[in-house]
Design a protein. Structure first.
Length: 122
């Protein structure tokens, strides 16, 4: 999960450093209004916690590919060395495991993003 906010001057997204689970934590640690410099235009802006939005991280797609490749390599090793009778079943199981890991991780991330964006700071 990446936390971003828009610059009012150049209308580009800026990342917010830190790990926060809600806008209440942002307000508690950063303050109700905090100043930040835009990394695109260099102008200072005032950010309030309700301007901060959670978005999906690109890391999850890379993680899925790594898990899938690792699963396929392990599957090839298992099939060539240990499976004699039914290699199709083993291939199916080895493809399902990385997919289950990714869907579990992705569901958890989407739940965190939805919870963060749903709650507004008053």
């Amino acid at each position: 999960m990446i936390l971003t906010h828009m610059c009012p001057h150049c209308l580009k997204k800026n990342k917010l450093a830190g790990k926060f689970h809600s806008r209440f934590e942002v307000a508690q640690i950063k303050g109700e209004k905090f100043e930040k410099e835009c990394r695109h235009c260099g102008k200072k802006m005032e950010v309030v916690p309700n301007d901060v939005v959670a978005e999906e991280n690109r890391f999850s797609g890379i993680l899925f590919l790594m898990i899938l490749v690792l699963g396929l390599m392990m599957g090839y090793f298992v099939i060539t060395n240990y499976v004699d009778r039914n290699p199709k079943m083993v291939i199916g199981l080895l493809l399902i495991i990385p997919i289950l890991v990714y869907t579990t991780y992705n569901k958890s991330e989407m739940s965190k993003i939805r919870d963060f964006n749903r709650m507004k700071y008053d």
